[in-house]
Write a protein of this length. Structure first.
Length: 106
């Protein structure tokens, strides 16, 4: 499936992050994946750093990606991350790519 835009959030959770951090993050990511124009919103945990997470949103158009920036779902995710994260980094890519399915959290 062709993807036109990708956004990425790199998150470093605080060591003191709540026990339910992973479950809450998965639920918020699932909600983002149901937004209009979203082909997939994936979540991966680094194997070598248990505090490091990567979230990727794959979008059918620039408009869909930009609209998600002002969504209630993203606002809730960012509020959650402000409470439980030591660092957050954002980036986006605007070129066509083939979508590779995620197997979920690794």
């Amino acid at each position: 499936m062709s993807v036109s835009h990708v956004n990425t959030l790199e998150v470093w959770a605080r060591p003191s992050a709540a026990e339910h951090f992973e479950q809450d993050l998965m639920e918020l990511t699932t909600r983002l994946g149901s937004l209009p124009g979203c082909l997939q919103y994936g979540l991966r945990r680094a194997q070598d750093d248990q505090q490091f997470w990567v979230l990727n949103g794959y979008w059918i158009s620039l408009n869909a990606m930009v609209q998600h920036f002002s969504s209630v779902e993203l606002d809730e995710l960012l509020g959650f991350l402000r409470q439980h994260s030591a660092s957050i980094r954002f980036s986006s890519v605007s070129e066509s790519a083939e979508l590779e399915p995620l197997d979920g959290v690794r």
